[in-house]
Design a protein around this ligand. Structure first.
Ligand code: SAM
Length: 260
């Protein structure tokens, strides 16, 4: 039975960045109840395992294989829900953050299919946080901008509109274009020594963080394996990671500090 009674339903569910601990309770509940799950490439196996009653199909692009076309995914969801099945469309991070969740919602609405959205923890904030980087910090950045680094025509107008050091810049899908992204900000007047981090495969056992400067980002060879999934973070907040990740002061040091 679907959460809305016997009619079919599509749940657009955010799986978070990977670790099951970052899945919402609502998402876990929907997965346990699902009859059909269509999941994207970046969803971790430990999250998919929760859908123990469902038929599960990967529809994302992985290891050189092509993804299932978007209109096929939509057709399958519509057909299954018209048969009264509970479909979970499971996406990495949050479905509404660079995840095409809006497009799928519009297509379902046009077809008269009931659907709901269960938000997820987006890599846009989880990847920086897991690397020890707060995207805002009083005195350093009072806002952050998230852009898709997939293609220059989408990120360039946004980056060109940002005054140097005015916000933290978070780039998803930007590893391939990292040189052009760096050039865009340097041309806009951002200092070459602006701190940069690339948090890759966050919330997975392969998690790794590269740090450097904006200038280095522009010339570095790939700091990650070819198939790594990375989020680029640009701005002064990156420097906080070292301090936040350092071990707490010992009691003795604290006592000495207190006496000094
Ligand atoms: C197509 S976008 C989807 C974003 C997703 N809807 C979200 O809210 O996280 C995929 C991009 O998210 C980022 N990303 C996703 N998972 C990540 C992870 N575990 N570690 C670092 N970055 C990740 C990468 O930049 C990747 O190219």
């Amino acid at each position: 039975m679907t959460p809305n009674g016997s009619r079919g339903l599509v749940s657009l569910v955010g799986a978070g960045p990977g670790d099951r601990a970052l899945l919402t309770l609502g998402a876990a509940e929907r997965l346990r109840a699902a009859e059909l799950v269509l999941y994207d490439a970046l969803v971790s196996p430990e999250v998919i395992e929760l859908a123990s009653r469902a038929q599960c199909f990967s529809v994302g692009k992985r290891a050189g294989r092509r993804s299932v076309p978007q209109n096929t995914i939509i057709r399958v969801m519509i057909r299954a829900s018209r048969r009264g099945r509970h479909v979970v469309r499971l996406k990495g991070g949050d479905p509404f953050v660079l995840g095409r969740g809006g497009e799928e919602g519009l297509a379902l609405r046009a077809a008269g299919i009931p659907f709901e959205v269960l938000q997820g923890v987006s890599a846009a904030i989880a990847a920086p946080a897991l690397a020890g980087i707060p995207v805002t910090h009083r005195g350093l950045a009072s806002g952050f901008v998230v852009v898709s680094g997939h293609d220059e025509s989408s990120y360039a107008p946004i980056l060109e509109s940002l005054a140097p050091d005015s916000a933290t810049v978070v780039v998803l899908m930007g590893l391939t274009q990292r040189r052009t992204i760096a050039r865009c900000l340097l041309d806009r007047g951002w200092p070459p020594d602006t701190s940069v981090a690339i948090a890759s495969d966050a919330a997975t056992p392969a998690a790794h963080t590269w740090t450097g400067s904006l200038e280095q980002l522009g010339r570095t060879a790939s700091p990650h394996p070819q198939d790594a999934t990375g989020t680029i973070i640009i701005g002064a907040v990156v420097d906080l990671a070292t301090v936040l990740a350092s071990p707490p002061a010992t009691d003795a040091a604290q006592t000495a500090e207190g006496k000094g």
